[in-house]
Design a protein around this ligand. Structure first.
Ligand SMILES: [Zn+2]
Length: 346
């Protein structure tokens, strides 16, 4: 696909919106869409019961939640606590949990549109819940997690989602891309023209940009088990960066008997996201004390919106649509239309 064509589509996106919407950067889209509830998994297995407060609120685990709660059964037989919450109330709890309230309005608006688009693509009426209240989907922590800025962003962007060729876009975001976003195809094996790997100059030097880790080789051996042990005495480590961008494609360990190959994604999953903070590994070296010295940039999977980069774009004067057009080239603003309303559920 021709990248320039998608970029051009993105810059023309405002042309199709009403005059009022164009005047406000495309955010003043009046139709709030149909009332939608989100079912958020709060806990599974054994948990202390929630406490009803009134018809619209309940308390659980020291927090207050909007909406109602339901007990559900998971496919594996465990019980689950699910918060059934109106879409915008859910989003208010998400925006403020995902980014600080002091971040600029344009970034708050961009986050609201991306978070709304994300959750509307994950309504599964045939399953016990739609999303989980953590990083696996989106951070969500009820009323205590809400801020005025987050609520204002949800209201300002009511009903607005990200679309591609008039269909809902599949969106993703992470804390920091590390200087270049990741192609969704490289991370999840599913390619979208608006989720390519693009250079991002905005997040350079922000707090989550650079990281390093000194990982004991015993931890690497424990994480990978027999396939790693089979290589014998470790002689060298390799970082393979043979893709079209400078993000690494593979990590190799050469022993005196054989070699073991893995991907940055599997390496991060095996050693833990708190240690290997991104898949954008920049260097690997064998340390003197039986450890692996790793440096990298970014935090998270790196696909789609880079939150720290978007923050800097907003400070530099970018609108929410500027931010979204940069991180999701070729997309446009559209209206909320959840899967279940279109009859495509399941
Ligand atoms: Zn970035």
């Amino acid at each position: 696909m021709n990248r320039q064509r998608f970029v051009a589509l993105g810059t023309c996106a405002l042309a199709g919106l009403p005059r009022a919407a164009r005047a406000t950067g495309g955010l003043d889209v009046a139709d709030p869409g149909p009332a939608v509830s989100v079912r958020v998994l709060l806990a599974s297995g054994s948990f202390a019961g929630p406490e009803p407060i009134d018809a619209w609120h309940f308390g659980w685990s020291g927090r207050t939640y909007r909406g109602s709660f339901a007990n559900a059964a998971l496919p594996d037989g465990r019980s689950a606590l699910v918060n059934v919450v109106p879409l915008d109330a859910y989003l208010a709890g998400v925006i403020s949990s995902e980014i600080p309230s002091g971040w600029p309005d344009a970034m708050q608006h961009a986050q609201a549109i991306v978070s709304r688009t994300y959750v509307l693509g994950r309504l599964h009426p045939d399953k016990p819940y739609d999303v989980v209240a953590s990083e696996s989907d989106q951070h969500y922590s009820g009323i205590e997690g809400e801020s005025l800025a987050g609520r204002a962003a949800v209201d300002s962007t009511a009903g607005t989602t990200l679309t591609y060729l008039d269909a809902p876009a599949h969106v993703a975001y992470s804390s920091c891309c590390g200087g270049r976003t990741a192609d969704a195809g490289d991370v999840w094996g599913v390619w979208f023209p608006y989720l390519p790997s693009i250079p991002d100059p905005h997040c350079f030097g922000t707090p989550n940009y650079a990281w390093n880790a000194d990982i004991p080789l015993a931890n690497v051996a424990a994480a990978f088990g027999a396939p790693f042990a089979g290589i014998g005495a470790l002689r060298a480590v390799r970082l393979e960066s043979n893709g079209p961008d400078d993000r690494p494609r593979g990590i190799g360990f050469d022993g005196d008997r054989s070699s073991f190959e893995t991907t940055p994604k599997a390496f991060r999953a095996a050693l833990g996201a708190a240690v290997v903070r991104s898949t954008f590994v920049r260097s690997l070296e064998l340390g003197r004390a039986g450890s692996l010295a790793v440096t990298g940039t970014g935090r998270g999977h790196g696909v789609g919106l880079c939150q720290w980069g978007a923050r800097i774009m907003a400070y530099d004067g970018a609108s929410a649509q500027d931010i979204l057009s940069f991180y999701f080239p070729g997309t446009a603003l559209g209206h909320a239309q959840p899967e279940r309303e279109r009859g495509h559920a399941g």
